[in-house]
Design a protein around this ligand. Sequence first.
Ligand code: NAD
Length: 440
Amino acid sequence: MRNPILETPAHLKTEPSAVALHPKQDLWDTVLGSLDDVAARLRLDPGIHAILREPERELTVAVPVGMDDGSIKVFKGYRVQHSSVRGPCKGGIRYHPNVNLNEVKGLAAMMTWKCAVVDIPFGGAKGGIEVDPTGMSQGELARMTRRFTSMILPILGGKRDIPAPDVNTNAQVMAWIVDTANMIEGVYMPEIATGKPLALGGSLGRREATGRGVAIVTGELLKREARALSDTTVAVQGFGNVGSWAARILHEMGCKIVALSDVSGGVYNPNGLDLAAIDKAVAQHPRHLLEGYAESDVERINNEELLEAPVDVLIPAALEHQIRADNADRIRARYIVEGANGPTTREADEILEDKGIILVPDILANAGGVAASYLEWVQNLQNFYWEEGEVNQRLMSIMKRSFAGVWDFSHAQPVPMRLGAMMLAVSKVAETAQQRGIWP
Ligand code: NAD
């Protein structure tokens, strides 16, 4: 059996803090703006709309950590539960210097829509710590994670709120979360987090699942556009969990991966990159970055150049607000498949639409991760584990069914796929909220 801890690149130690986030943009505003648009189109009941505009619960904690040098540092941590209307809250935990309450609120609401769009019985949550984990030792990371877990534990639980990995967190971090919760409660409850190592009740296929889902929806899109995979060129921004697996699986499917980037910059070869050689170079780089890879036929590019590369499919799989009003006009891809959460601003969306670019939105495109988390949670609850093929088969069927639902609905309206996906998601959450009624 494979050991995902040993195989997973150590993202915790790999990422320098420099991140091209756009400071003027606020993810919560973006998310509320799109909810308001959808509410108007759906003629949503104003009371239900008001409920969905506020997260159910927001917890802010100060996490003290004893550092290796004997000092104490205190980090701000958050867990936000946007909605538990359709099931236990579900969402990742992010370690990043840009984490703040509004970002976490926005990401939590997006989880609500994402779970609804792929029709899995979860609500939405998100968490994070405002920290640059680069350079922290394993011991410091473990202590920070365990203290954070203990502080948010009162609102966690397999039937309440279930964390998962996100930017700069991985299976090892989930293992610390599960162990901490189990030690404090004195109960075996692997279902309290997903994206765990296999040895702690993780699921085969979970690690690759978000990237696999991105690849599956890309394949479905190209099929409907009558385009051959072998004639399709792809650029991927972000070579972490999502981006690297999306690139590998699309490559296996026959696409030509011509551009890749991470926080250190990017590489470009119009004839197709050698992914196996890149994987090897990244594994050997001390911080697991692409900057370690050089070949005579490979051009070094920066992240702006990657986004603007002449490709068929662009997959932003790094962080939010990478495609904005100031660069959207220069995007040359025909299709965008959003591996990251919120990589496109609302202003950029309009520009892309005017250019005729077809965009598969984040809440559909990257839902493979939470779909596989759902499969992991089901296996934990039944204490019976599936073969990898069965997990991948179920994931494939969830992603294909969801893509078809959004595609057909969007074309019937007609509206862009982001709006179509949001309309489907919000109407599902609203229907359940209406039927449950207001307690008491
Ligand atoms: P990760 O930490 O594994 O990888 C992030 C990657 O982005 C790294 O390669 C990093 O170097 C790169 N990066 C950071 N800043 C960059 C910049 N300015 N320009 C270019 N590259 C940059 O994170 P991940 O888990 O792959 O998550 C990536 C995105 O996908 C996030 O938006 C996350 O919320 C979303 N997402 C992740 C999952 C999951 O299962 N991990 C599921 C759904 C959505």
